[in-house]
Ligand binder design. Structure first.
Ligand code: P6P
Length: 324
């Protein structure tokens, strides 16, 4: 079954937008495959104050150009652009907002580690006919998402997608550029013994996260009663794809180096789409205070603390945070 067939039962305008994003990701995959020093050279600095690699900008350009073909698209927001990108006024049939990180994990480009595209689709509920969209229209909580997905540019190019009725996986056929469904329904094991965190930040974490890591490091002689394994790719999409495939928990928590910053990862186009996918697969996503799907939105590029994956581990992290 192809992606297009899989979307036959979705709202036609939503399906058309998702297929446009999928087309953009085919183009991005081709650019990533070419890689090369010329693309990984720094070319500018984005709204986050981060150095943008050539491929970041190229991927952003591709997504903006191709997604805009979708008649239901009212506006877009990108990690790489300060403001929203109004596309067209709301139509009678309704419309959508598309938010994305065009190339997450781009620091891995020059070392040939998998990178990815993450996207979130929100209903254009706030839009008013004949009034161009404004950023506030897109600042909806994660639970409002109509769809969410990511693409991993790795040994295979894989898309994982939810439209609110479970999570499906697709693999791009490099010969035909067709997305073939490789997993009809992906479910996340509730129990896992594998965690993913950048352990070098230990001294900067809040106590509940330090306690969680102390416990898993103690293994079977400690309070968890079993040994754990650790993985850390340094590319959220690659780590989350492994977790969706075999279970696990991913943490990029708040740390005290920048106490006024909730976390490193962005809510609207990284944490929210991943949280919807994981929730739909039976897992959970927590920001240290609430489920990420309910995290209040205060800004288009706001950051959030992220603890996401197998339900038992996230529940345990919630309990550790509740005891502080
Ligand atoms: P660190 C990539 O830059 C990213 O935003 C995520 O994809 C990834 O999980 C994280 O940062 C890696 O962070 O601190 O290990 O370099």
């Amino acid at each position: 079954m192809t992606l297009s067939d899989h979307l036959a039962t979705a709202h036609p305008a939503l399906a058309e937008l998702i297929l446009a994003v999928a087309d953009a990701c085919v183009e991005i995959a081709a650019v990533v495959r070419r890689g090369g020093a010329d693309h990984s050279a720094a070319v500018s600095v984005n709204v986050q104050g981060e150095v943008q690699k050539g491929l970041d900008v190229l991927a952003d350009d591709i997504l903006v150009r191709v997604a805009a073909r979708s008649p239901a698209l009212v506006a877009m927001a990108s990690e790489e652009q300060d403001d929203i990108i109004p596309v067209r006024d709301l139509t009678a049939e309704g419309g959508y907002y598309l938010l994305f990180d065009p190339l997450d994990g781009s620091s891995n480009i020059e070392v040939n580690v998998s990178v990815g595209t993450i996207f979130s689709i929100l209903p254009a509920l706030g839009a008013i006919p004949d009034r161009p969209a404004v950023a506030a229209d897109l600042m909806q909580r994660g639970r409002s998402q109509a769809a969410a997905g990511y693409v991993v540019y790795g040994p295979q190019v894989t898309m994982v997608l939810t439209t609110g009725e479970g999570v499906a996986g697709f693999t791009l056929d490099p010969e035909t550029n067709i997305w073939n469904r490789s997993a009809e329904r992906m479910t996340l094991p509730a129990r896992t013994s594998e965690y993913a965190i950048n352990a070098s930040n230990y001294r900067h974490w809040a106590a509940p996260v330090q306690t969680y890591v102390d416990e898993v490091l103690a293994g079977k002689d400690g309070p968890r009663g079993r040994n754990f394994n650790m993985r850390w790719v340094g590319s959220m999409v690659a780590d989350l794809h492994r977790i969706l495939t075999r279970g696990g928990v991913f943490l990029y928590p708040w740390d005290k180096r920048e106490p006024d910053r909730a976390g490193r990862l962005r809510l609207m186009y990284e944490a929210n789409p991943m949280a919807l996918i994981v929730d739909q697969a039976g897992g959970q996503a927590f920001d240290g205070m609430t489920d990420i799907l309910d995290t209040p939105v205060t800004g288009l590029h706001q950051r959030v603390s992220v603890m996401i994956g197998s339900a038992e581990e996230v529940e345990h992290l919630k309990a550790l945070h509740a005891n502080t």
